[in-house]
Design a protein around this ligand. Sequence first.
Ligand code: OAD
Length: 230
Amino acid sequence: MIQTAREWLRAARSVVALTGAGISAESGVPTFRGAGGLWRNFRPEDLATPQAFARDPKLVWEWYDWRRQLIAQVQPNAGHCALARAGVKVVTQNVDGLHDRAGSSDVVKLHGDIWVLRCVGCGESRRDETVPLAELPPRCACGGMLRPGVVWFGEALPPREWQAAEDAVARCDVLLVVGTSAVVYPAAGLVSLARAARVIEVNMEETPVSRLADASLRGKAGEILPELLR
Ligand code: OAD
């Protein structure tokens, strides 16, 4: 199967990878679902909703600051690097920035970026890679409170990113779906837009995408992607 998938990739003019937390798992970043997943020990409604932030911004920030510290200590893995080397356009649900660090230049971030802070007062955004942050919650120069520049449950995806993702997926010849449980919408819905494309899934487990995919490759992204994109 991997041989056939490689032929599709070789013949393709446009390849897009839709990635999720699984691609960063081998770097040491916990996924959300499944064994060791963050949502096993934390409740999303306590940490990743606008209501949680309104209720207890310090608690939410403590969790994001912990994740920022964890991510700052890890490196992109062979999966991120294979996509970057092959020049594959990436549409990611991840906020960790590891695709950027691997050298991918074309990355659409559907769920934002954990390294961006956005003021809830004036709306200004800035990049800040300080870990740990000196003050929680951090403050904007205008005096307003800063929030993580990520998309929380119940919030809309950034419209420009969503449009870019839709366009890229609708136009591609091959869609790689890598390390996502494909249960969080609207991101998961992108797969059904890839009508003309071959869909190749790379995941350790079966997901709702597995039965739609033209090829479903079981295993670690860090092992399969370098092989696939060689
Ligand atoms: P999940 O944690 O839901 O799913 C991770 C997927 O990666 C699972 O299907 C695993 O089988 C797979 N996986 C784990 N290790 C892997 C490896 N080494 N190689 C390949 N696959 C592997 O993560 P996402 O699908 O990204 O949203 O979750 C989607 C969204 O839900 C996240 O962006 C986040 C979360 O709640 C928000 O916070 C808004």
